[in-house]
Design a protein around this ligand. Sequence first.
Ligand code: ADP
Ligand code: MG
Ligand code: MG
Length: 885
Amino acid sequence: EQTVFTFGGDTPHTNARQKDKTVTGGKGANLAEMASIGLPVPPGFTITTEECVRYLKHGGDFSNELRAEVAKALEHIEKTVGKRFGDAADPLLVSVRSGARVSMPGMMDTVLNLGLNDDTVEGLAAASGDPRFAWDSYRRFIQMYSDVVLGLDHGLFEEALEIAKEDKGFYNDTEMECEDWQALVGEYKRIVADALGEPFPQDVSRQLWGAIRAVFDSWDSERAKVYRRLNDIPGDWGTAVNVQAMVFGNMGDTSATGVAFTRDPATGEKVYYGEYLINAQGEDVVAGIRTPQYLTKTAREAAGAKPLSMEEAMPEAYAELARVFDLLERHYRDMQDIEFTVERGKLWMLQTRSGKRTATAALKMAVDMVGEGLISEEEAVLRVDPMALDQLLHPTLDPDAPRDVLTTGLPASPGAASGRIVLDADTAEQWSQRGEKVILVRVETSPEDIHGMHAAQGILTARGGMTSHAAVVARGMGRPCVSGAPGVSIDLKTRTLRIGERELAEGDTLTLDGSKGQVMAGEVATVEPELAGDFGTLMEWADRHRRMKVRTNAETPADCRMARQFGAEGIGLCRTEHMFFDAGRISAVREMILAENEQGRRAALAKLLPEQRADFREIFAVMAGLPCTIRLLDPPLHEFLPHGDAEFAELAEVTGVGVDRLRRRADELHEFNPMLGHRGCRLGITYPEIYEMQARAIFEAACEVAERSGEAPVPEVMIPLIATRRELELLRALVDRVAGEVFAEKARTLEYLVGTMIELPRAALMAGEIAEEATFFSFGTNDLTQTTLGVSRDDSARFLAPYVEKGIFARDPFVSLDIEGVGQLVELAAERGRAARPDIKLGICGEHGGDPASIAFCDTVGLDYVSASPYRVPIARLAAAQAAL
Ligand code: ADP
Ligand code: MG
Ligand code: MG
């Protein structure tokens, strides 16, 4: 099968494999596509991701076939450009670029200006008529190649450059003259020879294969692995390699390089957005070597900046760029993230891809593009990543709260964050692991800081623009970020920080407003989020397209209210035991547990009844008219037992029973494996009076709410941990009897259901029989995962992470449903349940109800609803719509 694809020149764009990002990677597929629609793309070729996987598997050897195909593809570039690789008179130079299936910013390394050596540099100088440019390119090449391919410390080269500039009294690289670069190249070659014991490779073919090898190898670099782990990217995809003719942004003042977005990736506004640098190459913009300039006049003026925007400095190239922006947006029907270079006035496109965006921007763009007729409502719903909504579902800074603003930098990634200052990534990780909220403060960030950025609530950098590493990564992670903050200086020796006139130390609290770029001392008050504007619009569209209902897991009136505001259509799981922990009640609960007989238990339960009834009354009032699944007491009783002398003494006082007797009774209740012990419906079987009290509280509260408001909730009484039909038969009879009693007392009948959780493998297998007694099933996938895998949720942290790393589980099965395994039980139980009782209601109430991948599965097996925690309800609504589309 073809392993190398060419693009540009006269390459036809017809091969399906070349268009497939899984084969040619995102960068390669899009370069070929841009070339095919007539955009100016330097010619090149792509080695497939499959070849990378093969290479990594076979211990890093290239096949003869590959060598032959690469040689042929190189000829394609040579023919198109009219120069030859390694030609001492007028050499072709290439870049060697990685490009995985999805973009991994800053993860894989690029080598520019490859093909230069002591001979070709002279040819480049002569052919271009610009020796300074040629030597600038050569020194860049030696530094990049030494860093990326030869594995030398780039600090050595930076230091040499700093010294060279200092000697000359220069501040900017642009002040360096031809001779200065030439001298530096000599110095660089010495550094390489010293470190390697052999000279810098002069053979251009060896250079090329070295770079290809380095790109392949970088797939397995630590940085790449960390990024993949944080972003759920499988380790077996591999990266493609793109080899492309160089174009030069460093050929003087009519040349430039830049990065741009067709819309503002932070706000979603329809304005061109980006940065460029005159007389510069490639990563100068991202690396923050010089402060980049604005793309548009409007943006420059808004920022009050002096250096001319591209629109002003290079009006023709800018006009061409603007034309390309519009063309690309119409072609891809999405916001594009673009890299370009201007060589002596001519625009070249070096990359395009759908741009990363904040959640706010994603919503605005999706809604706007429907308005512009670019995409349909369905596409808009599919465009927004449900998990990204999480960013918008958390409190934001109160606009009326006082702010002690220390400095204002660039609004690089929106959102608010407060936390304690940490000055390096490792500290950020350590502090956050012990539960601290931290703000990572750096001069600038690099890929080595990723783990710390992930651990931090927000990121502040002293340097860097809107497309700096910090800004790009923070936006991708949904972390608020302020970059390029003026007046910030960091002293790593004393672990202190100065912002303007103020002295701060590591550990002090800071607040960031990533939308305004503000950095504030101390913590600033926050307000709850709202589903207004574009968010509201998109949710409406989502609701129109989903089949499954979305409920919430909630047990307090406040949570219920929040969930209803977020669009919950009922309660999917109300855990009654949470109500038992309240301060005023725990002693009555303990009294009940430690009672020696039924009479003692009933006495304690009588105290709990009014409390529990009041709880349900409040919840039902909020959820009036909606179904409310209430789970009867589930946890092992020992969870409620008193701990320590003080609690026993207090209980002895309340109950009048001696401490010794209480202790003995507590010892009797000890269990070796409580999760599989005396819990769930087993409590109801052995102590029916507990479930009686709970059922009474539910029905009395429902009647009272119906009476008061005229709108009754629909209680769905759920019996936990059922394994057999007989268990449910007994407990259902109990609930029905109590309901009958209460309805008779209150002289009113209400609709209600009795059903069960399916959370044991036996229950799933016997679902047909169990359905004869149940009018609904709710899949308790937390316990079902635990019992199916034989993995204790509370003890799994230690081995699950390595399990995921080694690919044993694709994801943590407690976060994302193990569809292959546990999913089979869900599917089978749904089928058998429905066969026995066609109108049985089916839902899910485990944590998985808020996970988009698991929600998609629930839709496939035909569940009626999913239930998620209040803040996840909008995520579930969107995910349910995407599943249905
Ligand atoms: P990344 O994936 O890290 O963005 P790229 O492969 O896109 O890496 O390369 C980084 C930068 O190098 C690009 O933005 C571009 O400016 C520059 N570059 C890459 N290839 C070429 C080329 N053929 N000519 C000129 N510049 C290039
Ligand atoms: Mg890079
Ligand atoms: Mg790039």
